[in-house]
Ligand binder design. Structure first.
Ligand code: NAD
Ligand code: UD1
Length: 331
């Protein structure tokens, strides 16, 4: 198939382009380089030996999207493009609503016009809110989101549901990611957050690389296995493969899938595994809980297994090794 990947130079998009190319899909990327670098395209070629068409366009400009659909016979779209920093979204909500919603609506309108009605959308476990049970199942539905970023994801899910209700010739897969981490085993592509990271794994990496002094672990008095927070960390290559399965095994209609390992891992377990696998010390201190954090949650990934034949294959050790390999290669 000929697949348009929006945000294809970003962290998850780039890994997905690799897996798509490996399955002989033709990949066209659109990315405005807001949070990525053009050189990723060379890395993708290096890893796969294939070429990728790149449009350096902003999805907020609708006529640019039209141009892409006018000049390519696109079969399906995977939509990653968007802003994703939770803290920044609290400070700049309009910027988040404007970019994430406008670019999605533009894309959907153009897809409708060109009769391309197969879409895979990047959502997040954050849309569950706080359902009161740590094991998240798709049937739980959406809860109350806690920040504008999360609200854009919930709003886009609703837009997609309304669109499907109006025209059921659309096939839409909404993928709710848990905590994506890791990097490609080649060390050529990975996550590069701007400035001081907010998320756990990128912060661990900076401390291991001696670029930041100490990791603050936010709380060790949660009712969890060792008192620290528990999350479902998913290797980005497993996540990328989930997108290929979502496309290749796409069911009719609108379907929602959790993409996670199904296993909760504590912050302390991640840090100690990272130290052991890479034989490197990560300085940490225990500090107060971070406001807004939930103690524990993880995916029930059985729907993705039953309907898409997908499950995670990489271990926590793989995650820690590949993350550090990428960091070392890019120091
Ligand atoms: P990323 O920032 O690395 O990639 C997003 C890409 O989209 C970037 O390359 C950026 O330049 C591009 N982009 C942003 N706005 C654009 C626009 N208007 N036009 C064209 N390109 C634009 O993020 P990621 O981690 O790869 O996440 C991909 C998607 O998955 C996002 O929608 C994100 O919200 C979602 N998601 C990410 C996580 C995570 O932890 N990384 C978790 C859940 C969901
Ligand atoms: C957050 C977002 C989620 C987003 C994800 C990106 C919310 C509610 N969730 O998830 O939407 O998709 O980031 O991966 O905002 N921790 C530390 N020290 C640190 C950083 C984190 O102890 O320096 C702990 C946190 O308390 C948490 C765990 O590590 O228990 C994971 O945190 P983080 O990586 O920030 O992701 P989430 O908060 O789970």
């Amino acid at each position: 198939m000929k697949i348009l990947v929006t945000g294809g130079l970003g962290f998850i998009g780039s890994h997905t382009c690799v897996e798509l190319a490996k399955q002989n899909h033709e990949v066209i990327i659109v990315d405005n380089l807001y949070n990525s670098k053009e050189e990723v395209i060379d890395k993708l070629k290096q890893i796969t030996g294939k070429s990728f068409k790149l449009y350096k366009y902003d999805l907020v400009e609708k006529e640019k999207i039209e141009e892409i659909f006018e000049s390519n016979e696109i079969d399906a779209v995977i939509h990653f493009a968007g802003y994703k920093a939770v803290g920044e979204s609290v400070k700049k909500p309009l910027m988040y609503y404007s970019n994430n919603l406008q670019s999605t609506i533009n894309l959907l309108e153009v897809m409708q016009k060109y009769d391309v009605k197969k879409l895979v959308f990047s959502s997040s476990a954050t849309v569950y809110g706080d359902p009161g049970n740590p094991k998240y199942v798709e049937e739980m539905g959406r809860g109350k989101t806690t920040n504008p970023y999360g609200t854009t994801k919930a709003m886009i899910e609703q837009i997609l549901e309304d669109l499907y209700a109006s025209d059921n010739s659309w096939d839409i897969s909404i993928l709710r990611y848990f905590n994506p981490v890791g990097a490609h085993e080649s060390g050529l592509i990975g996550e590069e957050p701007n400035g001081i990271p907010n998320n756990l794994m990128p912060y661990v990496m900076k401390v291991a690389a001696r670029k930041l002094e100490v990791l603050s672990i936010f709380g060790n008095d949660y009712p969890t296995v060792d008192g620290t927070g528990v999350r479902d960390f998913i290797h980005v290559v497993d996540l990328a493969k989930g997108h290929v399965c979502a496309l290749d095994k796409m069911k009719k209609g609108l379907n929602i899938y959790n993409l996670g390992s199904g296993k909760g891992v504590s912050v302390m377990e991640l840090v100690t595994t990272f130290e052991k696998v890479n034989d490197i010390k990560v300085n940490y201190k225990i500090v107060e809980r971070r406001p807004g954090d939930l103690p524990e949650y993880y995916a029930d990934p059985s729907k993705a297994l039953n309907e898409l034949g997908w499950k995670t294959e990489k271990t926590l050790e793989d995650i820690c090794r590949d993350s550090w390999n990428y960091e070392k290669n890019n120091m």
